[in-house]
Design a binder for this molecule. Sequence first.
Ligand SMILES: C[S@@+](CC[C@H](N)C(=O)[O-])C[C@H]1O[C@@H](n2cnc3c(N)ncnc32)[C@H](O)[C@@H]1O
Ligand SMILES: [Zn+2]
Length: 394
Amino acid sequence: MEGFREIVEGITRLLVPEVSLTSSVPPKQPAFYNPAARVSRDVSIVAYNAFITSTMEHSFADALAGIGARALRVAVEVKSMDEVYINDVNPIAIEIAEEASRLNRVERICRFSIDTAYRFLAEHSGRGSRFGIVDIDPFGTPAPYVDSALRAVVDGGMLSMTATDTPILYGIYPRIALRRYHGRSIRCEYANEIGLRLLLGMLSIVASRLEMGIEPLFVQSTRHYMRVYAKINVGSSSADEMPSRLGYAYHCNSCANRFIACIDEHREECNICNSSRLIKAGPLWIARVMDEGFVYSMSRVIDDMGYDLNLDKEAVKIVRIAREESMLGEALYYTVDEVTSMLKVRPPSTASVLDMLRSNGFKASRTSLSLRGFRTNANIKEVCDIIRALTTDG
Ligand SMILES: C[S@@+](CC[C@H](N)C(=O)[O-])C[C@H]1O[C@@H](n2cnc3c(N)ncnc32)[C@H](O)[C@@H]1O
Ligand SMILES: [Zn+2]
């Protein structure tokens, strides 16, 4: 097909628009493909391989599939997939995806459709036609698709979704976040964690309205996008649990203290410096954002299949660090640079900060959400003391 070129991503042959390989922002026409999202797709292949062993329903649906980069990779790279549904509103994208399915000899398990995501998902919302895994990967916010996506997932299935409206989730437009995600965003060093918690919060609010509950399994983010993976449980008892998982994240603009609080717990003052310069994000998800057992399974997938899947090094690193942080599970990470700029000292290595925290009896881990970030049960005052001691000694 003219204007398209064959490339290999993971171990899957894709037909992609030539312009998408050279332009800095991949164009939407004739069809959309973003080479920079490869790491996100690599991570999702690991997550789906980890999930599929725990479910009976081996079907996957990409409701906004583009040229099928993620969906075709699922058909080729996820073990024992029975059916992969590839839908997009753009007919050219679907024609190309169909041709690429034949190149990979997976056309037998692929089902193609040209429709809006809403209608496609609605047609699969009845008992017997729902999917084991649904992925929502729109331009911008996934908010408009969440209702229909939730209805199209089997009980115990998975919903994964991407958001690329990062200025909204990262606190530049908190009022838009409020109407889109039912919670305000804030500007802070760990804004991507706040954004992920807002996404999960919105998902849990919609799920509980539909008599469902969510269990976050994995989250991932970079500067330009964020992704969440959640198990969906149908029934009022799962829905009933949702309100207690919502609350607020507080940040003190005086001392950089951060903490989470339940929905009906109101804080006026910082519990460390007593300042009233507290800002508040939410309502958002305050429970764990990663499931320790699930991230362990993802790590095992890499051990067993990582080499054969031709995973990008970055994707492997993300999962390895996530494994470490999922065991700790502390909310709201710190970064070395924010603390050292506050203290006006030269930044030590993240590894030395972690060592020092541990040798002082605190729990500590890196975080997959930020290169220079770390999680710990130490509070900001204790973190400052540790970093000050480290930089004075060194
Ligand atoms: C970010 S791209 C998807 C990329 C793809 N999932 C991947 O991994 O390469 C978003 C896609 O949504 C499609 N789209 C936009 N609005 C839609 C709608 N209402 N229903 C279905 N598809 C839609 C666009 O044609 C585009 O291909
Ligand atoms: Zn304070």
